[in-house]
Design a protein around this ligand. Sequence first.
Ligand code: PLP
Length: 396
Amino acid sequence: MINEKMLALGSRRSIIREIFEYCKQRAAVIGAENVYDFSIGNPSVAPPPEVNAAAIRLLTEEPSVALHGYTSAQGDLSVRCAIAEHIQKSFGAAVTPNHIYMTCGAAASLTITLKALLREGEECVLFAPFFTEYRVFVENAGGRPVVSLPMPDTFQIDPCDLASRITEKTAAVILNSPNNPSGVVYTEETVRAVCRVLEEKQRELGHPIYLIADEPYRELVFGDVSVPYLMNYYDNTVVCYSYSKALSLPGERIGYIAVSPRAEGSESVYLSVCGAGRSLGYVCAPSLFQKVVRDTVDARVDVGIYKKNRDLLYGELTRAGYECVRPDGAFYLFVKAPSGDAYEFYERAKARELLFVPCDDFGITGYVRIAYCVDHERIERALPAFHALAQEYGLS
Ligand code: PLP
């Protein structure tokens, strides 16, 4: 006998992976330059030069047995010290190394955190639109995902809707800003309103509701937009961070969990994170890259490259008559399907070799996600196809 739930998950790829694989097959037939692949959130900007320099220095100068050896289960102490100091300096939160748990990226940060916080049958609120894997992660932790719908047009969180979704079974909410798939950055006003609802509900229900901040895109913001640091607004916060996008290191699998020192029973929450990491086999994140991020803790990719892509794509698509949510961060553009049917839009675009992701599985129907973490030139080459499609729909 095998676990049928796992069999089902393994047998069916995520829609993003499905489209990404199709693009590769199609490129083999008609040439990569003729396929406009906007399917996957794989960074297109090189890691900052400091990252490779740090890796080379570590590999050539550090004793290799120690460099490649196990670290503490929760991560090397010097690494956790550097990250805690960085959080203190950047956001003023009194995080110490004993609040940090090193992980294999945001996916591991989330699976560990959910396992640490949820008890069987408890609920976790997801703000639509949301990263599709959240459902898998919550269910795997024994929880039940509950979807909260956003404000129409702005795609900010709707605090009234949130309030209506919270029950005595609610243990946590996951907030992702900048958001995948909308590119929206939740404003300080939104964050304050969300925290007010959570505070009130905690008081009313008499138990903590944890705010899980999923932050792989924190540094990917354009202009003078800033992303509120949630620990400074709400005590029961756990941050799930990753260097996948901030340093363009998605394949190296490195990130961390930071438990707020002000969380109720903060020490127990942290120990529960350690226990969840242990139970899932997520101990000792990749040793070399723990030390690389320690030595490049202030480094960031060149966000200007993504901004240039955002400006071109958002400008051209809105001019062509598409309804788009203006993204202030991440590298996704959320576009309304002109007929209201995301799959029909996807199929019509596919016929023109334009590939993006229909988002009905992201908690909102009728939208597609265009991942613009691609060469600028791919966007330029794809524009005639976007314009032709707009004409086909009678938009322009
Ligand atoms: N959370 C969100 C919102 C994401 O978009 C992603 C990846 O694209 C992840 C988590 C997982 O990130 P990682 O590759 O660091 O595991």
